[in-house]
Design a protein around this ligand. Structure first.
Ligand code: ADP
Length: 385
């Protein structure tokens, strides 16, 4: 199909914010981008997702963009959890929306706002296909050895408990970009991708297939994150319920919202955490050490999962910008084949770049993620497939 100036509106609808981007899937250019924040807060003037999306449309028309006359071919919706049901970009109709609603039980924090966003957007843009793209999709075919929890099998089957993995759109996009950057065929490339943003996850990928990833049934497992604990002894939950008389929902929200780097230091943002460390704050230093220690452990584990590794790539807010995290994650791994070039690592720049030494057996890269573009391209292939 001729593709003159077609665009996809990508919507990422969270509980209190709605991010949107108008993307040209062919050139990769973002025609417009925005974020409506503090949805539901009284002072914000944005009472709900309906109002948020209307705000977004107003902002677009103020920039001279008419969604009905700009070549809009699809609206792509980022949905966190696809469960066992959805692992391909899926055109949304009423039946799909009902199924997505049911899946909210598996992802009570993440899926309901996405479902809300889809409902509102379908109402406002009824003549364009709406396509859901799932964060779990990339990991659907992970080997059973990595996807299975060693718990009672009947219960796991009855309640669809497995390791689903998240940030899949980013892990896939970045792994493709990393192979292209190195001029290697994706199929023959074995890699570790470290997505370090507010949420953090690691994956081990052989060719196009992920062999393991750090997030599990929900995005709580694995690495230490801004506000999430990552891996803990599951007995901590019942221990707190018994000893601190906390309700199980209270423990769950503590682990998701008041743990991780925030729980240890009082600060979730890595830029401010760095400033605290520099001013001698011991709690901030500990939070940082716990974060980087966990990251190194996962890198080590995934070197073993892959057997042979060609490339390790850092991406997302922290991975793309924080040179100290990158250094502390891989320093001392020279005997395992990872040799950083400290000058390149500190060099900054914004685009894709190599930060390993020329003779490092394993290349280390920084690649900016672009989930919106990946979602836009998924939408276009879903329409043509
Ligand atoms: P999200 O998961 O919400 O998309 P991002 O990928 O934007 O998050 O990552 C947010 C994190 O990146 C925050 O902890 C922020 O402090 C960190 N970050 C952003 N820019 C920098 C920077 N220049 N140096 C260090 N950390 C940064």
């Amino acid at each position: 199909m001729a593709s003159a100036n077609r665009v996809v509106l990508v919507i990422n609808s969270g509980s209190s914010s709605l991010k949107y981007q108008l993307v040209d899937p062919d050139s990769g250019a973002a025609r417009a981008t925005g974020n409506v924040e503090r949805i539901g807060e009284e002072s914000s003037g944005v009472p709900d997702h309906d109002a948020a999306l209307r705000h977004a449309f107003d902002a677009l028309s103020e920039q001279g963009i008419d969604l009905r006359a700009c070549g809009l071919v699809a609206v792509g919706h980022r949905v966190v959890h696809g469960g066992n049901t959805f692992y391909r970009p899926t055109r949304v109709d009423d039946a799909v929306l009902d199924k997505l609603d049911e899946l909210s039980e598996l992802a009570p924090l993440h899926n309901p706002p996405a479902v809300k966003g889809i409902e509102v957007a379908r109402k406002l843009l009824p003549d364009v296909p709406h396509i859901a793209v799932f964060d779990t999709a990339f990991f659907h075919d992970m080997p059973p050895a990595a996807a299975t929890y060693a718990i009672d099998r009947g219960l796991a089957e009855r309640w669809q408990i497995r390791r689903y993995g998240f940030h899949g759109t980013s892990h896939r996009y970045v792994s493709e970009q990393a192979a292209a950057f190195l001029g290697r065929p994706l199929r023959g490339t074995k890699q570790i991708v470290l997505h370090l943003g507010n949420g953090c996850s690691a994956s081990a990928i052989a060719g196009t297939r992920p062999l393991d990833t750090s997030m599990g049934l929900t995005p709580l497992e694995g690495l230490v994150m801004g506000t999430r604990s990552g891996d803990i002894d599951p007995s901590i939950v019942s221990y707190l319920c018994h000893m601190a008389k906390m309700g199980v929902d209270e423990v769950e929200s503590m682990l998701n919202q008041r743990s991780g780097v925030l729980g240890l230091s009082g600060e979730r943002d890595f830029r401010r955490l760095r400033a605290m460390i520099e001013s001698g704050d011991g709690a901030a230093q500990l939070a940082y050490s716990v974060f980087t220690h966990r990251l190194r452990k996962y890198i080590g584990a995934y070197l073993a999962v892959l057997g042979h590794t060609d490339v390790i790539t850092f991406t997302a807010g922290i991975g793309e910008n924080d040179a100290a995290v990158r250094r502390d994650a891989v320093s001392g791994l020279e005997e395992l084949g990872v040799v950083l070039d400290e000058r390149r690592n500190l060099g900054g720049g914004r685009g894709a770049r190599q930060i390993s030494a020329e003779d490092s057996p394993i290349a280390v890269l920084v690649i900016p993620t672009n989930e919106e573009l990946a979602i836009a391209r998924d939408c276009v292939s879903a329409l043509s497939g």
